[in-house]
Design a protein around this ligand. Structure first.
Ligand code: ADP
Length: 223
């Protein structure tokens, strides 16, 4: 199963991606997380990415496409994968089409998480991540940890991403509108997109996402 998750920052991609990938036993691949790992390790790639990420701009395509190409070449993706945060512009989408075509595979479905921009700003301002495992995500109001500042799952420190400040969020939304929305159209034209309203509770959004995935499996089997 090869699933792509698209949506503006704060739509809940990371939260849903972890759950969907666990449900389907496939790899969760987040370009944002891959870059943050590089930043923490202080690699050259991480330094390059950080100068763009902290001001809300996209990391250059040649860097991003290289990171994804390497990640998708690893054997653990054979059962499938869920891409979270890639592709984010048309050039990346075409590169992904090429990578998949060269391994004679294709995407099964694209889930487009939809959410009003005002809610995005509210959600991101309260978002906190675990330093030990960034897949553990909290919100100061909607899903607060039991002990303030500590992760419920592993006890790690919670922190706010430096690109989650309000001014940067507005820039990320602009980039989403101009660069990433055309990617949705690109996959619409291939009949792969299901819009998922992402305003409701986590479980409700998850149920809709899983429903769309199983419908797409039905379609794939019919073909
Ligand atoms: P969000 O979806 O909340 O914006 P991510 O963790 O997916 O957060 O991404 C954080 C930042 O990493 C983005 O704002 C961007 O700077 C960079 N990034 C992530 N994915 C890509 C990509 N596919 N192409 C270019 N830059 C990316």
């Amino acid at each position: 199963m090869r699933v792509l998750l698209i949506g503006p920052p704060g739509a809940g991609k990371g939260t849903q991606a972890v759950r969907i990938a666990a449900h389907l036993s496939i790899q969760h691949i987040s370009t944002g997380d891959l870059f943050r790992e590089h930043i923490d390790r202080g690699t050259e790639l991480g330094q390059r990415a950080h100068t763009r990420i902290r001001v809300g701009l996209l990391v250059p395509d040649e860097v991003t496409i290289g990171v994804i190409n390497d990640r998708l070449a690893r054997p653990d993706t054979e059962r499938g994968f869920l891409l979270d945060g890639f592709p984010r512009n048309l050039r990346q989408a075409r590169a992904l089409d090429g990578i998949l075509a060269s391994s004679r595979s294709r995407l099964d479905t694209v889930l487009d998480l939809r959410i009003p921009e005002a809610e995005v700003v509210r959600r991101i301002a309260g978002r906190r991540l675990c330093r030990r495992d960034r897949e553990h995500i909290f919100h100061v109001d909607h899903s607060p940890p039991e002990v303030a500042g500590a992760c419920d799952v592993c006890g790690g420190d919670l922190y706010q991403r430096d690109d989650d400040r309000e001014a940067t969020v507005h820039r990320r939304l602009e980039v989403y509108r101009s660069e990433t929305e055309p990617v949705v159209d690109h996959y619409e034209a291939q009949g792969l997109v299901t819009a998922i309203p992402a305003l409701g509770p986590v479980q409700e959004v998850l149920d809709q996402a899983l429903g769309a995935i199983s419908r797409s499996q039905g379609v794939a089997e019919d073909c």
